[in-house]
Design a protein around this ligand. Sequence first.
Ligand code: SF4
Ligand code: SF4
Ligand code: SF4
Length: 462
Amino acid sequence: MPEGIFCNKKPIETEEALKAFMGDTSGAQYYKEMQSLDVDSDLLWKTIQNTCKSRIRTWLEICAHCGMCAESCFLYLVNDRDPKQVPAYKIQSTLGEIVKRKGKVDNEFMRMAMETAWAKCTCCNRCGLYCPHGIDMGVMFGYLRGLLYQQGFVPWEMKIGAGMHRVYRAQMDVTEEEFVETFQWMAEEYEEEYVGLTVPVDVENADILYTVNAREVKHYPEDLAEAAILFHAAGENWTIPSKGWELTSLAMFAGDWAACKMQVESVYDAMERLKPKRMVGTECGHAHRATVIEGPYWAGRKDGQTPVPSIHYIEWLAEALREGKLKIDPEKRIKQPVTLQDSCNYVRNHGLREVAREILSYIVEPGYFRDMSPNKEHNFCCGGGGGFNGIGLFRHQRNKGLMTKRDQILKTGAKLVIAPCHNCWDAIRDLEEEYEIGIKWSFLKPLILSMLVVPDHMKPEE
Ligand code: SF4
Ligand code: SF4
Ligand code: SF4
C-alpha cells in the first residue's frame, strides 16, 4: 500500500499535522495503516551504506555468539531467560538481517524489528559492559531505530515526540512564552516565602544557564520553583534562556536524527547567544545524554563538546553542598531506609557514579542509605528507559520490565527511592502503581529544599 494518512515516511512538521495525528486516539488508525506500509528497500540500503559506520559493521561481524551478554540484560532476565531476549540475538535478527539482505526486508519484518527495537531494548547500554568485545546493543539499537523511523515503522508516541521537537523545539507543546511565564509565575508564588526570588531571563554572561525538561513546565511546575529557590539560596548568578531551554530529546528515542540535530542546536544557540560560564541541566538522564554527550556529534561539533561546559544537576548540587553554598539542617536529614536509582544515562554512560552518593552523605543520616545490588555503572535500567515508559502499544512488556527494579528495591528494604532522572522517576512511580510495594520516590530538589538552612536574606521580615 502507498503511504498511510498517519503512518508514512514523512516526519510531522507542523502544529496542524501534530494535532491531527494526536486526534487518532492511541494511534488506532496509525497502527492499522502500518500493517500494509511499504518498505523502501533502495532507500534503506542506501542509508545503511551512507551511515552505517565501521564500528557498527565490525560489531555485527565480530559477535562470537557466546551469549555472555545474556545475563546482563534485565529484559532477558524478566522474560524467563527467553533466548530471543539475548542482546546479541535481538540485534542480529533485526539490524544484522537488514544489512545481510541489503535492505530487502518486508513489512512484517519491519514490524517485528520495531517491536524488538522499542520493546526489547531500552538502550541502557548495560550489555556493552559485559561483552568481551565491548559490543553495545544500546548503540546499535539507537542506530536501528533511525532506520525504522525513516521507513515509518515507529511507535505512535515516538513519532509525536519527534514531531513536538520539530514544531516546538520541546518534547511537549510548550511555547517559549509559556515556558518563561510558567517559570516566572512559579517564582511569584514563592517570593513571599523566599525574599528576593526572581527568575532572570536571557541575562548575558551569567555563571549558570539553566535548562529543563518540558514536562516540568507542563506537569511539574513546582520543580521550576525549587530550582529557582535553590539557585537563589546558593547565591548563584543564573539565568534561563527564553529560546533553547529544552534539554530533552524524544527525537533521540524515536530515531529521528534530523530532529535530534535541530533540538540540540536550539540549546547550543542559546549558549552562544548568552555566553554563560556553564550550563546546568535539570534532573534528567536521557536529556543529559542527548544534549551533553551525544548532541555535540549530532550538531557536527568536531571537538565533541557543548559550546560551554555543561553539567548535570547532581554535579551542581554536590558542588553547592561541598562549597557550603547550600547548607543542610542535620536535624532534618533523612532518617529512614533510603536507596538511590543510578541513571544509566549519566552514571554508566558518563561516569557520575560518586556524585549522587556525595549528595546523600549530606542529606541522609549515617546508616540509613541502602545501595541497590548491583549498583553504580552496573545498575539495571529502571525498566522504562529509551521511550519504553511512554509507548501504549508495549505497556504490557514495559510493566514486566519493571520487575527487575521492583526486586532490587525490595531487597534494600528502603521505603524511599531517590531518582534524579525523569524517566527513572516515572518508571519507579509506575512500578509502585503496578506492584504496590509501599515505596515513595523523589527527585533531589524537593528533598534538599525540605532540609535547607534558608539564608537570612531570604527570610521574610515577620
Ligand atoms: S557477549 Fe558480545 S560477543 Fe558474546 S554474544 Fe553477546 S554481543 Fe556477541
Ligand atoms: S542495551 Fe540494555 S536493554 Fe538493550 S539489550 Fe543491552 S542490556 Fe538489554
Ligand atoms: S530511564 Fe533511567 S534507568 Fe532507564 S535507561 Fe534511562 S536512565 Fe537508565
